[in-house]
Design a protein around this ligand. Sequence first.
Ligand code: SF4
Length: 382
Amino acid sequence: MTDDTHTASLVDKLERERTLSRGEFKALLAGRTLPGSAARLFERARAARRAVYGNAVYLRGLIEFTNYCRKDCLYCGIRKSNARAERYRLTRKQILECCTQGHELGFRTFVLQGGEDPYFNDRRLADIVGAVRAAHPDCALTLSLGERSRASYKTLFDAGAERYLLRHESAAPGHYRSLHPPGYSLRNRMRCLSDLRDIGYQVGCGFMVGSPGQTDDCLIDDLFFIRELRPQMVGIGPFIPHKDTPFAGEQPGGASLTVFLLGILRLMDPALLLPATTALGTIHPQGREAGLRAGANVLMPNLSPVAVRKKYMLYDDKICTGDEAAECRACLERRVNGVGLDVVVSRGDCACFTRASPMSEAFPAAKLTEVRSVRPQIHAGR
Ligand code: SF4
């Protein structure tokens, strides 16, 4: 039975040991609606963030440069089977213009995100990566381009990309299968993350909260997987259905569970970069503020040209598709200040990437056996 006292003791233990057993995570999740349990978790999560990052919130300028995709993930609005998606690609020149504008607005990280678009082969991408880095050597460049070969990841790293975001989507094999067409492989997803880490990228993984078929056990599989991978960033946001996908009629995920998980992740690793996602702001008007109050420390406003924003609809009713970049920047700064935090002009590297891992003693190898999913070896250590 979960009561307030029990969840309070679980929050204390999570703060102290940076992890819980499966049963304890289950009890903590079950107790999330008890009066006081979320408040206690968030208060500890904010303290953990403050100890590592102070009041800083980092901005990432998101450039959605292609919505072509060869894949057909069941939840995604730009899946290849969606004939109603109006496809576009930005040119090299347009991408560089987005970066120039972003730099003037104080962005020091650019995220190039797109579907798995074969047009953007290694040669074209490496050229763009090199050009962005040459134009803005004080900025970090993140890629979010889905599954590629190890050789491809290496080519792009050598060209100047330093970070890579690849949501793992679900560490529970059965649940992963239910989100994708037959033949899509969780093992390959894990292989990609493992390769990215080996090559030297700062790595981000993540998942949707409340996706069809997801249970608390699935979420705990995700937490254990994250504990094992030790990414530098974890992106989570509520599942929001898209009207032109097989999941059109499904219920969206909840803001409160998403925010609760942000608090858990912050306590699991105080050095994590944790975005308060646009999806969280879409599902609830104050969602991003709630995420920041729960321990998030990153926002990812859109730097794509306004003319293409509505075409990158991963889910319905996505916010911030009509505002110019400067308006978005000012709006977000007001929101960040409103919760007592500060937007900083900085690359915003993960604290764990510039100092010895604080987690090495918290997660001895023996605990990794609790991860149930099947995967190739994920290399430990940051
Ligand atoms: S989730 Fe990514 S890989 Fe899957 S269909 Fe959408 S853009 Fe393509």
